[in-house]
Design a protein around this ligand. Structure first.
Ligand code: ATR
Length: 276
């Protein structure tokens, strides 16, 4: 794509950032939609983050994504933060406004929910949701489920204190449960937000026998696409949703803000992002 002098600029701030699939994802949409714009990887060390953050509007950027390890710092530096991002405790999307101020968003909750709703017929009324993990991703997942009206969320984490902190911060009908007391009885949804099952990590090894057959199983890990958890769930007949869609759908809001067009998540986009 040849850019004009008026090209719209966006990118991703991370350290390291070389593994990020976001430039490929946004680049695909820019190309498909014929937009005069670009989305670049911006490797920014923690000690330089504030400087670079402040420079974004000054350099004419429309905004950026923020990834590890900068998401908490972005929340502190943004001029305005949407309530959802504040509740989650992290900002992953920056929007530079015409007056030079920066708005901080968190689009992970939207991405998680859209992926679940597009990939299955899950509804909040299906029953209790069981969420494994209490890290950054879990905060977005739990916030999304609370806001969608799930009436019971069983939050299971290796470190119970971290789960209790999450429950207190997000608020809602959250029951913290110990890892060895995993209760899948009557559940309508099981979500893995831990790193277990990711390439290079041990598999998530849990007994699914108590899980109702109509419960949807979602893993937010997407490398590999079919994690051992999803394979086990699929083998016993549960509907499964892989984690790639969360990455793709969370990008929609940022792209719409920066480039003024709402992009589509399509099977072709999935294949393209996976083929990198
Ligand atoms: P992210 O931001 O991607 O959610 P994170 O904040 O590092 O990443 O969280 C990783 C999650 O995986 C946590 O819930 C972590 O459990 P702890 O809070 O107890 O550390 C979980 N996790 C990682 N390795 C694990 C393991 N071997 N067994 C069980 N849980 C594990």
């Amino acid at each position: 794509m040849i850019l004009s002098g008026k090209a719209k600029l966006a990118g991703v701030l991370g350290w390291p950032v070389g593994h990020s699939r976001s430039p490929r994802l946004h680049g695909y949409w820019l190309e498909q939609l014929g937009i005069d714009g670009t989305y670049v990887p911006l490797p920014v060390a923690p000690e330089n983050f504030e400087k670079v953050f402040r420079a974004l509007p000054a350099m004419g950027f429309r905004g950026a994504n923020v990834t590890v390890p900068h998401k908490e710092q972005a929340l502190v530096l943004a001029d305005e933060v949407e309530p959802l991002a504040r509740r989650i405790g992290a900002v992953n999307t920056l929007v530079c406004r015409d007056d030079g101020s920066v708005l901080g968003l968190n689009t992970d909750a939207f991405g998680f929910l859209r992926n679940l709703q597009t990939g299955s017929n899950w509804r909040a009324e299906n029953g209790p949701a069981v969420v494994l993990g209490a890290g950054g991703a879990a905060r977005a997942v739990v916030a999304a489920l609370v806001d969608e009206g799930v009436t019971e969320i069983r939050l299971v984490n290796r470190s119970v204190e971290r789960a209790e902190k999450l429950a207190a911060d997000i608020g809602g009908p959250i029951l913290v449960q110990a890892w060895d007391k995993l209760d899948l009885d009557g559940a309508g949804l099981l979500v893995n937000t831990t790193s277990l099952g990711m390439a290079g990590q041990p598999a998530l090894d849990i007994d699914l026998s108590a899980l109702p057959m109509n419960a949807v199983v979602n893993d937010i890990v997407y490398a590999p696409l079919m994690t051992p958890l999803l394979l086990a769930a699929q083998t016993r007949g549960n509907p499964v949703v892989d984690g790639l869609g969360m990455l793709l759908f969370q990008a929609v809001r940022g792209f719409s803000h920066w480039f003024g067009v709402e992009p589509q998540v399509t099977p072709q986009l999935r294949d393209f992002v996976l083929s990198s």
